[in-house]
Design a binder for this molecule. Structure first.
Ligand code: NAD
Length: 318
């Protein structure tokens, strides 16, 4: 079997291993594959692994040897699934490998917004503490999480992992929407979306990007939030109307934001959130801890082995 990994660098920065994959066939690893090289690199191959390289209808129809595409991610919108089904190509994904890592980043944002660790570290290194008349120094309101209300939008895997951590901090959890199964006995209170925005000290977004959620966090709903409240988005950038959020931050109708995702990635340097007040932005790293990426690769390799054995796993072409 010829196996090609089209964009290995997106998951492998030298700290994870694809070694198991090399036992399954003759492997070629490309760090990145620009669109004009996709056909050339795939034309003689049976098994492709891709993170973000696009396999559209025309490409899928042009590849006569291809029988399998393993997506190195949960989302597989870079592959034309209908075309793959028509051609009998099996496409698989990797579900839920990064849940704990994303939940951890959410608390990174929450702790930073409440304690301003970065800011105070900078102040110390700029000498502010050394010249302080007191034993301690702070110049920013510090918030305690115990008793605060955390509003979780999208109570799936990550939303529930965030809730478990929040409970350990003594936070009160309210959420939208109640999942259809599995939450019978819970201290979480479910309520309508608007009420979540009105009542929360911190709102965190964990819903998928759909027609319903695109632009859901807009001027109107941000206007319901408390002036002291924070918003966290680690889901998908377009769930938030970025102009409306930047305005709310700059006019201080809310107190701060922590964002791991933006509407376009990498972002336009003119994105208004890059210069908005008290807006912490990380470059889509929620999924990217070493443990999480190794889990992603391990499952992707299991998927390849299962496909070769004739019992494919995590198939999305169904
Ligand atoms: P999940 O499918 O387990 O949970 C999503 C939940 O959202 C489900 O319970 C679903 O019913 C709910 N939902 C759907 N539409 C909704 C709506 N309109 N309002 C409220 N809830 C709604 O997914 P997950 O694994 O928890 O991941 C959540 C999102 O996090 C993903 O869709 C993805 O976009 C994002 N994500 C980001 C990173 C990162 O690196 N930042 C990594 C993994 C996932």
């Amino acid at each position: 079997m010829n196996i090609v990994v089209m964009d290995a660098h997106s998951v492998d920065h030298g700290d994870v291993s694809f070694d198991e994959l090399t036992k399954s066939g003759i492997c070629t690893f490309y760090e990145r594959t620009p669109a004009h090289l996709v056909y050339e690199r795939s034309k003689d191959v049976q098994i492709i692994l891709t993170n973000k390289v696009v396999f559209d209808r025309a490409t899928i129809y042009s590849l006569n040897h291809l029988s399998y595409i393993g997506v190195l991610a949960t989302g597989y919108n870079n592959v034309d699934i209908n075309a793959a089904i028509e051609r009998g190509i099996v496409v698989t994904n990797v579900p839920a490998y990064s849940t704990q890592s994303v939940a951890q980043l959410v608390f990174g944002f929450i702790l930073e917004l409440n304690m301003k660790i970065n800011h105070h570290n900078r102040m110390v290194h700029e000498g502010k503490w050394s010249v302080s008349k007191d034993f301690c120094f702070w110049d920013y309101p510090l918030g305690e999480l115990d008793g605060k209300v955390l509003g979780i939008i999208g109570f799936g895997r990550i939303g529930q992992a965030v809730a478990r951590i929040a409970q350990a901090f003594g936070m009160k959890i309210i959420a939208y929407r109640k999942p259809k199964t599995g939450i019978e006995k819970s201290s979480v209170e479910f309520m309508p979306l608007k009420e979540i925005f009105e009542r929360s000290d911190i709102v965190t977004l964990h819903c998928p990007l759909t027609n319903e959620t695109r632009g859901m966090v807009n001027k109107e709903i941000l206007g319901l939030m408390k002036k002291e409240a924070f918003i966290i988005n680690t889901s998908r950038g377009p769930v938030v109307n970025e102009n409306d959020l930047a305005l709310a931050l700059n006019e201080e109708t809310i107190s701060g934001a922590g964002l791991d995702v933006l509407s376009t990635e990498p972002p336009d340097p003119k994105n208004p959130l890059l210069t908005a007040k008290n807006c912490i932005i990380t470059p889509h790293i929620g999924w990217a801890t070493t443990a999480s990426r190794q889990r992603l690769i391990d499952t992707a390799v299991k998927n390849v082995k299962a496909f070769i054995a004739g019992t494919p796993l995590n198939v999305v072409t169904v």
